[in-house]
Every structure is written in C-alpha cells, then in structure tokens.
Design a protein around this ligand. Structure first.
Ligand code: UD2
Ligand code: MN
Length: 572
C-alpha cells in the first residue's frame, strides 16, 4: 500500500527534480567548505596550491651540478675554497657554486618508495632550523630542500632560529629573502647567545605544528623525508625519531646517501656518541626493511617528536651550554621515562660533517669545556651510580660545580623514570660495563725488583688497533691502566680486546688491541698467570721496560715476569 503510494507520488519527473535539488545543495556545501578552509578558517595554513606556487618560485635556474655531485674547483677558487676549510670547516666557495635547489639522488631503498601515505591523516610538522653565523648558501639550501621536498599538506612552517648571529647578511638580507615564502618561513632572533641546546628549546617554543622537527643549518632534506617521520609519530606519539643522516662532503658538497644504512646510536663511558652496527635483537624483531629501528641513542642534530610529548618529557636541559651532551641526555631520558628513540630507515637527510666549529665554543663564565660540564649534568641526573664510569675519564670534574640540578632531578621524579640499569639491560644490552659481571677488573700489575709495572695503553688512540704496553702503575686507577677479564674470557677495555699475535715458528709474540666487534681471543687466569688460549703462551714483561710493548712467551710458573695481580682501582 505505502509502496504503491510512493511510486505514484515519485513520478519520473518529480524524481529527477528531487535529485537535482539534492545535488545543488550538496555542491553548495562543498564549495563553501573549501572557501572556508582555504581562506577564512582561523590560522589556516597555506594550502597545497599556494605552497606549490612557493616551491616553483623558489627554484633557481640549473647550474650544471646535478644529482648531488661534488664541485671541482681550480685556480684562485680552489685556493679560496681551501682557505674556507680553515675558517668555516666547509668549502663555502663550492657551496656557493651550486643551486639552492640542486637535485640529489633519491637515497631511499625501493621498498620505501613504494609506500603511499594518506597525507590527510598525518600530523603536520614545524621544521626548526637553528643557526649561529652559518654561511649563506648552506643555510638557504637547508630551507629550500625542506620546502621542495616536503608535501605541502604536511609542512606547517619553517622556523629559522637565529642564535645571535653577527653577520649582516643574516639580518636584513635574510628578512628580505624569506618574504618570497609567503609567511611559511619565520625568522626568530635571539640577541643573546643561547647555545644550540637553548636555541632548540626556543625554536620549539615558537612552533605550532603537532610535530616538531629539528635540523642543523647545513642539511639537505632528501626525497620523501618527512612522511615516514610524521607517520611514525602519528602512530606512536612517544617515539622520538631520527632520519638516516646522509653524508655531504664538506670539501666539495658531494651528497652520498646509503639506502641500506643500518646503524644505531651508541655511547662511550666518556659520554661521546658512537655509531654501532644493528644489534641482533633488532634484526630479529623487524619484519620489513622499512620498519623503524630502535636505537639506544642519537647523534643529536636531526630529529622529530610530537611537540607536546617533547615538552612533557622535559625538552632539553636548559642549563646545558653551547654544544654537546644533549643528544645522550634526551636519549637516556626518553627511554627511561617511557618513550623510545627510533631511526626511520625510509627518511633521509644529508648533513655537512665538519671537522671543527666555525663559532666560539666558550660557554658562560668563560667555560672552555662545555661538552664536559654538560655531560656531568646528564651523568649526575640520569646515570645513577654508573656515573662512576664517566668520572673514570673525567676525575677532574668530580668536584666541579655545574650549576643547579634540582629541576632535572624533580623531572625524573615526577615522570617516575626507570633506573639507568634498566636502560643498560633492556635498551643497550650490548654495551660493555667494565666493572660488572666480569671475572676481574682493575689494574693488571707485575712486580719486578720491587717496582710495580701495569698494563697500559700508553695513550694510544683506542679507535684503531694498537700494541698493548706497560707503564709504572699509577695510583687511584688511571683509566689507561684499567683492564677487564670478561666472562667470555676476553681481556678487554671498553671497546678494544686483546689479541695475541705470534709469528709462525716463533715462541713469543705481542699483544694487539683491536675492536671487540671482531671475535677477540680468549685468555685464562691460572695461578697468577694470564694464558693466551690460542697460542698457549703467557703474558710476560721479560725484557720489557716501562713505556714499551708487552709480550707473550712460553709459560713458566716460576717466572716473576709472568705473575699478574689484579689490583682494584678506587673508582669513585
Ligand atoms: C652534532 C649535532 C648537533 C648537536 C651536537 C651536540 C648532528 C648532525 N649534529 O654536532 O645538532 O646535537 O652534535 O650538541 O647530529 N648552533 C647554534 N648555537 C651555538 C652553536 C651551534 O645555534 O651556540 C647551531 C649551529 O649553527 C648548527 C647546530 O647548532 O646549525 C649544530 O651545530 P654543529 O653543526 O656545529 O654541530 P655538529 O653537527 O658538530
Ligand atoms: Mn652540524
């Protein structure tokens, strides 16, 4: 009955006019929504179309240097460029030769390029670039690369945080230059030198995006760099994520990307950053090569975080000055307070690695050791008793006043962060702790004619291989004389392990320290002797004087030259 009534009412003519009316109103609503979001919504970001126009306007004419290739200079320019290396620690002449919009090779692996993102669902980012007296073209190439290679939908703003630069071009000329970006690039100036840590904080405070991204002022964002960073933060707001840092050569600006880069961040007990190979546990956990990589620490310069989370977890330590330490501090803090540090293999950003700092490194009160004092702040607040291992390297800092730490202690309390031991056990299980869970630790000493002689690195660079030596024992545990006999039988220091080297048909040899990444020889402690298992020879100082290299020779249990005692150092 109802159906037959409806059918009679909705004659074909009436039906089509109803459809027309509905379509008309739907269209009207869509147009007004678009007009509103594009022009009228409060604080509306530049639309995709406006941004694409900016990107086009920014493009410079080609300069012949394509796909990130290096610049070859000759004659006067070459000399001038070499001079730049002494003052800028980068070849500014070379940088000036290439377009601010130069092309670079896509550094991602194929699997990354195949991912498609629903941009409308991803959080938008404020990119914060901090600088103090940076050269013009590296700085502007950072800005251009960010604008050229970020989807307009995801780029909230670019904040140029000027940490009290003195050069004129970074004032008037810069203000004039950024006008072409229609308000997308904002310059914020600090008239007192902040140092990079407070500068990053100041930049973050200006930001309005859901995500903040920090970059150094001599970077180049690679293809598709931003999407995987914000996507991961969207998924896990307590993840602090880093792109793969590609290498831009400071001498000629050549860009080298490694699509298969698989390193994580580590640290030394002297609190310097290191690159480490991808741990076995991560190889097992990851299902695809595009997935994030959990990393104990980060290099520091290039990272993204949810803005609210960044401040919630304590931003940075406001009292850290100029340069250094903040990268390990944020890593220890984020991990132990419930977040994670992750490397995103599909995001690549190039960075010009410089051999020095082209700016004054002196901190407040004439402090010439900002890395040392910043690191002491982080050791005191976040490392519990493990700070002893930092003081082994920096006993001079034990009594040094590094300012008030109460705010940072309170933060740790408030966030109920886990102990540093939890970090070591769960996040950095491969990190060797020289004085825990070992067979023995301390100075290895032999006594000859009443004189104590100890194994000693003889101040050699422990990054490469070196022959182990001996020296008069230094009281109080000089770090150069500390050796651990680990549970796996390796005789080692923080990163280097003792290998016995014996030439064929010889009955004695030397002891060479090499990276513990290689397997490392086994040693056995027996009746006061230290036996090198592979060769069956024993550690000995027969005929060796203080300052010379140690040997291994045929074992003789009655020889005083082969009698080694562990004397425990006073660490704290
Ligand atoms: C690395 C980091 C850097 C920072 C530092 C440790 C990378 C690629 N870089 O050193 O970001 O974490 O380790 O603290 O991981 N700057 C200022 N004010 C200053 C000093 C520096 O604004 O007082 C700026 C500088 O212009 C640059 C940035 O801070 O843009 C980093 O300085 P850098 O490039 O000299 O540091 P880098 O790469 O050796
Ligand atoms: Mn840098």
């Amino acid at each position: 009955m109802i159906i037959s009534l409806l059918c009679r009412y909705l004659s074909p003519r009436r039906f089509s006019s109803l459809v027309q009316t509905v379509a008309f109103f739907a269209g009207l609503m869509m147009v007004s929504y678009l007009v509103y979001t594009t022009f009228l919504a409060p604080g509306a970001p530049p639309t995709a179309t406006v941004l694409k126009r900016i990107q086009r306007a920014g493009r410079n004419p080609g300069d012949g240097y394509v796909r990130g290739e290096g610049v070859r200079l000759s004659g006067e320019e070459k000399t001038k460029g070499e001079d730049d290396m002494k003052t800028w620690f980068m070849n500014v002449v070379a940088s000036d030769k290439i377009s601010l919009d130069r092309s670079i090779r896509d550094a991602r692996r194929g699997e990354c390029k195949a991912i498609s993102y629903d941009l409308s669902k991803l959080p938008r980012a404020s990119v914060i670039i901090i600088f103090t007296d940076e050269a013009w073209t590296p700085l502007m190439r950072t800005v251009h690369s960010v604008i050229n290679r970020s989807p307009p939908e995801l780029l909230e703003e670019v904040i140029l945080l000027d940490d009290n630069s003195q050069r004129d071009e970074l004032k008037g000329k810069l203000d004039e230059y950024v006008k072409r970006f229609d308000g997308l690039v904002k310059v914020v100036r600090k008239n007192v030198r902040h140092g990079l840590i407070r500068a990053k904080l100041a930049g973050a405070r200006e930001a309005t995006g859901e995500v903040i991204v920090f970059l150094d002022s001599h970077c180049e964002a690679n293809h598709g760099w931003l999407e995987p960073l914000v996507a991961r933060i969207g998924e896990s707001p307590s993840a602090v994520v880093c792109p793969v840092i590609d290498y831009i050569n400071a001498h000629d600006m050549q860009y080298s990307g490694d699509p298969y880069a698989q390193s994580v961040g580590g640290f030394t007990w002297s609190l310097h950053f290191t690159w480490e190979p991808l741990p076995e546990s991560e190889k097992q956990r990851r299902k695809t090569p595009t997935e994030y990589i959990r990393s104990p620490t980060m290099a520091g310069g290039l990272l993204a975080a949810n803005r609210e989370y960044f401040f919630h977890v304590g931003g940075y330590d406001e009292e850290m000055d100029i340069w250094g330490g903040e990268n390990l501090e944020i890593a220890f803090r984020v991990w132990t307070c419930g977040g994670s540090i992750e490397f995103i293999p599909c995001s690549h950003v190039g960075h010009i690695f410089r051999d020095g700092h082209p700016y004054n490194m002196t901190g407040r009160g004439g402090n010439k050791d900002v890395h040392g004092t910043n690191s002491k702040r982080l050791a005191e607040v976040w490392m519990d008793d493990y700070k002893r291992l930092y003081y082994l390297h920096r006993s001079d800092l034990k009594t040094k006043d590094v300012g008030d730490l109460s705010e940072r202690h309170k933060l740790r309390e408030k966030l109920q962060c886990k102990p540093f031991k939890w970090f070591l056990d769960n996040v950095a299980p491969d990190k060797f702790v020289p004085d825990e869970n070992v067979q023995a630790y301390g100075m290895l000493q032999a006594v000859i004619d009443g004189t104590k002689i100890c194994l000693d690195t003889l101040q050699q660079d422990e990054k490469g291989s070196y022959g182990m030596g001996v020296y008069y024992c230094q009281g109080g545990g000089s770090s150069a004389q500390l050796m651990s006999l680990a549970h796996d039988g390796r005789l080692r220091r923080e990163t280097s392990c003792a290998h016995g080297v014996v030439r064929e048909r010889e009955t004695s040899g030397t002891v060479v320290m090499r990276s513990c990444r290689e397997k490392g020889d086994e040693w056995k402690r027996q009746d006061g002797q230290l036996r090198h298992v592979n060769s069956g020879l024993c550690l000995s100082i027969r005929g060796v004087k203080s300052g010379e290299k140690i040997i291994i020779e045929v074992c003789d249990s009655s020889a005083p030259e082969q009698r080694w005692d562990y004397s425990n150092p006073t660490v704290m």
